[in-house]
Design a protein around this ligand. Structure first.
Ligand code: PLP
Length: 473
């Protein structure tokens, strides 16, 4: 495609994106396609000659849009907010158009240095000290893997450059809360610790944070039995209930046993932008690394995940390879982000968050987060006041976990009722919620924070929840 043809097509595409955002609220939230339907609607072979742009556009309309569950919809309350603010979309388009190649500082100096600046902007907005250095990865799962690889190498004095874990005489152990994200278990497997060496630390009640005394007991028992505690992954804002592990206590216990501490604040880290919520993260300054995802609640396009470390040299020790074809005269004086993680060729990821912060401004983001937090408080109060309804976990942020308990219903019957009304809401197309188990019983999460969600939409989903719960008793 030549630039002039691109110019015409891209204008059309941008108009289409703007129209999509204007109409997304009228579409069903959850996709109604069946498995294989999208495949069946598409050609089996790639075309040999060019197709008209209009054919591409009509497949976007007819196949792709119905084949998506619309997380930009104001009725999206499932999983977690996954905002892609239009200001950030502009940054993403610019990144694609520039087609820069981040292999080294020299291959795209601005790619590296905008990333440094944006990580630093976000750090300051979160009230974190200047001891932290940041990088942008694709997601929190990658960040946890990177952290556990660093922890492994610290605990073994660099085993990977010798016999690896296979040469270690004492197994390394990793700890996280029972409610930690599944990516922690995945990273434990991938980093070679082995599932048998992951400890799920019981939560304390009522706040559901990791119990520091239980952590201490488990670490001491592992040491007594000849194992070596290597890392604790503390969660600030768990996926199920946005529970916060008590970071100060957890870090103190972990460091006493010589273990590395990574903080997974993927969803909730955005709340550090609000000074009135920073108490939830007290102790974070003592941790070794920290990750949060501006691509969730804040609205940077997906694959904008911030990883902060207090010691970049720990990452470089694990990830640097230094092949001859990437060497240049500036090497000693610049950041080489390829040495901070897994990928070599990196996209210009920073442009998404840079565009968002510049074009919307931090105050608009904070105002939106505060709006969502007020809506969550409002919903929690409404649920508590409604007969037969319960809020089943504390509501520190924007996720409200609820259950409808008709008189006399319990056990498997109550679970069936919960799943039935939740499914009815989801198939209505008006809203999308997530059912999840909590302490062995099903409940429903209402995760508030889509950019388009105003109080009227929260009011509407609550009305729909009551209607469907009453219809499914
Ligand atoms: C969303 C989430 C993750 C996973 O994040 P990805 O960026 O999708 O890998 C991990 N931990 C927590 C607490 C989360 O909320």
């Amino acid at each position: 495609m030549e630039p002039e043809e691109f110019r015409r097509a891209a204008h059309e595409l941008v108009d289409w994106i703007a129209d999509f955002r204007l109409r997304v609220g009228d579409l069903p939230v959850r996709s109604r396609v069946s498995p294989g339907e999208v495949v069946a609607a598409l050609a089996a072979e790639a075309p040999e000659s060019p197709e008209p742009f209009a054919a591409f556009m009509s497949d976007l309309d007819d196949v792709v849009v119905p084949g998506l569950t619309h997380v930009q919809h104001p009725g999206h309350f499932a999983w977690f907010p996954s905002n892609a603010s239009l200001a950030s979309v502009l940054g993403d388009i610019a990144a694609s158009g520039l087609g820069a190649l981040g292999l080294s500082w020299q291959s795209a100096p601005a790619l590296t240095e905008v990333e440094q600046v944006v990580c630093d902007w976000a750090r300051r907005l979160c009230g974190l000290s200047d001891a932290w250095r940041g990088t942008i990865s694709d997601g929190a799962s990658t960040a946890t893997l990177v952290a556990l690889l660093v922890a492994r190498e610290k605990a073994t004095g660099g085993s990977q450059r010798a016999g690896g874990l296979q040469a270690e005489d004492r197994p390394l152990t990793v700890y996280c809360s029972e409610e930690a994200h599944s990516s922690v278990a995945k990273a434990v497997l991938l980093a070679g610790y082995g599932a048998a060496n992951l400890r799920l630390v019981p939560q304390r009640y009522p706040d559901r944070g990791m119990g520091p005394d239980a952590l201490d007991t488990m670490m001491a028992a592992d040491v007594a039995e000849g194992r070596r505690p290597a890392a604790v992954v503390a969660t600030s804002g768990t996926t199920a209930t946005t529970a916060f592990d008590p970071l100060s206590d957890v870090v103190q216990v972990a460091h006493r046993h010589g273990a590395y501490v990574h903080v997974d604040a993927a969803m909730a880290g955005a709340a550090m932008m609000l000074p009135e919520y920073r108490h939830l993260f007290e102790g974070v300054e003592e941790a070794d690394s920290l990750c949060w995802n501006p691509h969730k609640w804040v609205g940077s396009v997906l694959e904008t995940s911030l990883l902060y470390t207090r010691r970049p040299e720990d990452l470089v020790n694990v990830f640097a390879t230094d092949p001859s074809y990437l060497r240049s005269a500036t090497d000693g004086s610049v950041v080489q982000y390829r040495d901070w993680g897994l990928p070599l060729g990196r996209r210009f990821r920073a442009l998404r968050l840079w565009a968002l912060l510049r074009l919307d401004g931090a105050e608009a983001v904070r105002a939106r987060l505060r709006r969502d937090l007020a809506n969550a408080r409002w919903l929690a109060e409404a649920v508590r006041a409604a007969p037969g309804w319960e809020v089943v976990a504390p509501v520190p942020l924007q996720t409200v976990c609820v259950r409808h308990v008709p008189p006399g219903l319990s056990g498997a019957e109550l679970d069936a009722h919960t799943l039935a009304w939740c499914e009815a809401v989801n198939s209505s197309g008006k809203g999308h919620l997530t059912a999840a188990t909590l302490d062995g019983t099903w409940m429903v999460r209402v995760s508030i924070g889509a950019e388009a969600t105003e109080q009227v939409h929260v009011d509407a989903i609550w009305a729909e929840m009551r209607r469907q719960a009453a219809a499914h008793v």
